[in-house]
Design a binder for this molecule. Structure first.
Ligand code: ADP
Ligand code: MG
Length: 248
């Protein structure tokens, strides 16, 4: 049975997509059957692995998910592409109990085909993120090391607790990741201390440094492992991958 991670934070630009793409690539390269699911209508994760968005989002259809899954250039990494279709985004963003049941049903149908499934969520703590959480076994929150890093995280934790309490016994709250880490900055060190004081063990030991390779790779439709395998970013996501594997 797959471990299903929702990668969430209602703030944009904190590293959700970068983490979804490169952590799933690292998991695949380590020999795990991995599926990356893009549910953000911006479709950044889809583009980052060199695939075009779908005309309709497969999660909203009735066909078996497997028919819409695309094998990426990274061995072992499959993608369920996002869709920019306005109506699809709307349906997903206003998802009700039906959407939740449907998404969970779709994911349950591929649970045995993968070891890891990562869901790259849109920047919202709303219904879509809630639906993704309901279908997940784990939640991962990237936090950017900047001022106001923690703003909104309390609200997000409220949503997570609600899902854990109300709808889904299988979701566990593990995995806060510090991104765009610059250890030469006093600010980064302060945020690191605050976040670890507050959240304790669920913060990953490994952090992701600021690295230009991580922001250049998507414009080439490549993961960091294809674009710059010897970069600090590639190293960081390999280390994070090992930590995720160990936390099983
Ligand atoms: P989100 O999905 O949360 O909106 P992204 O992963 O798209 O965030 O990251 C926002 C921007 O920051 C992107 O341009 C991305 O390339 C860049 N970025 C993300 N992580 C890093 C990093 N560790 N170092 C440098 N740039 C990064
Ligand atoms: Mg994103």
């Amino acid at each position: 049975m797959a471990r299903i991670f929702s990668v969430v934070n209602q703030k944009g630009g904190v590293g959700k997509t970068t983490t979804s793409v490169n952590l799933s690539a690292a998991l695949a390269l380590a020999g795990n059957r991995t599926l990356l699911i893009d549910i953000d209508p911006q479709c950044n994760a889809t583009g980052a692995v060199g695939v075009d968005p779908a005309s309709r989002h497969a999660l909203l259809g009735d066909s078996p998910l497997g028919e819409s899954v695309i094998q990426t250039e990274t061995p072992g990494l499959s993608l369920l592409p996002g869709s920019r279709r306005f109506q699809d985004a709307d349906v997903m963003a206003n998802s009700d109990a039906n959407a939740t049941v449907r998404l969970r049903g779709h994911l349950d149908s591929v649970m045995d085909d993968y070891d890891y499934i990562l869901i790259d969520c849109p920047p919202s703590a709303g219904a879509m993120t809630e639906t993704a959480l309901t279908a997940s076994t784990e939640v991962m929150i990237p936090i950017q090391c900047e001022y106001f890093a923690m703003v909104g995280v309390a609200q997000l934790i409220g949503t997570i607790k609600k899902v854990i309490g109300a709808t889904n016994g299988r979701l566990t709250f593990g995995g806060i990741l510090l991104t765009m880490y610059d250890e030469s900055l006093e600010l980064t060190r302060e945020i690191d201390e605050d976040v670890r004081d507050f959240f304790g063990d669920i913060v990953f030991e490994n952090v992701v440094p600021r690295d230009v390779a991580l922001c250049e790779a998507p414009s080439h439709g490549q993961t960091v492992f294809q674009y710059a395998p010897r970069s600090r970013g590639a190293f960081a996501y390999t280390q994070l991958c090992m930590e995720v594997l160990q936390r099983d």
